[in-house]
Design a protein around this ligand. Structure first.
Ligand code: ADP
Ligand code: MG
Length: 226
């Protein structure tokens, strides 16, 4: 059995109170192992983003247990959880979330600011990450000088700069056309082949077929894994 990275055990997440209470996750169990590539699917409102937020340590379960690389999240302070998030996780979002006033290189260097790494080393690492995503020639461009697909590749470079044990992507191709989607999916395939563990939310079958496993969410539960 390969190394266990993320483990959700009977995780429930409740929002609101009384008659307004929503059970976004309902006794969810899920394991992600090193080398996995998992596509999370399901209708809108089925709990995909809530599950990603918990896996990504952006939120905590209401009930149940979440362990990331052996760390029980419920035992950690908010600061310790933030440290764990910065060290272990990379995030990619549908809308890229790049700083518009910064170059591609500066955007990619940003996560290392908190790791006490000297400027020259940060720059070298960011250049290497941008080369890895095929953007060697666009390092000094600002986001508004890049296509959607290029901006997403900058965001992916930023997400892998700290060598995360898990890369999380919530609808990463949702804002891209089909050609660019293909480029980004090829990049995910390359990163996966190089050993990166991936969990990706998607509505699109063409995206999900690229993954190793597919988890179908409904009403806060996984009703099928294939
Ligand atoms: P998905 O990503 O699959 O579309 P979500 O995880 O965003 O689904 O949402 C699951 C359920 O939880 C939905 O009913 C949604 O309305 C509810 N929900 C999500 N976030 C919140 C929140 N911050 N406050 C209240 N309800 C929420
Ligand atoms: Mg969502």
């Amino acid at each position: 059995m390969s190394n266990l990275i993320a483990k959700l055990s009977n995780v429930s997440k409740l929002y609101g109170e009384g008659s307004l209470e929503v059970k976004a996750l309902d006794n969810l169990n899920l394991e992600v192992h090193q080398g996995d590539y998992l596509a999370v699917m399901g209708a809108s409102g089925s709990g995909k983003s809530t599950a990603m937020n918990i896996i990504g340590c952006l939120d905590r379960p209401t009930y149940g247990k979440y362990e990331l690389n052996g760390n029980s999240v419920e035992k950690l302070t908010d600061d310790a959880l933030a440290d764990l998030r910065n060290q272990e996780l990379g995030f990619v979002f549908q809308q890229f979330h790049l700083l518009q006033d910064a170059t591609a290189l500066e955007n990619v260097m940003l996560p290392l600011l908190y790791a006490c790494i000297p400027f020259s080393e940060r720059k070298e690492l960011a250049e290497a990450a941008l080369k890895r995503v095929g953007l060697k020639d666009r390092m000094n461009n600002h986001p508004n000088q890049l296509s959607g697909g290029q901006q997403q590749r900058v965001a992916i470079a930023r997400a892998i700069i700290n060598k995360p044990s898990l890369l999380l992507a919530d609808e990463p191709t949702g804002a891209l056309d089909s050609n660019t989607t293909e480029d980004v999916l090829n990049l995910f395939d390359d990163l996966h082949a190089q050993g990166i563990t991936l969990v990706l939310v998607t509505h699109e079958d063409e995206v999900a077929v690229r993954a190793k496993r597919r988890a179908l969410f409904k009403d806060g539960r996984i009703i099928k894994i294939s």
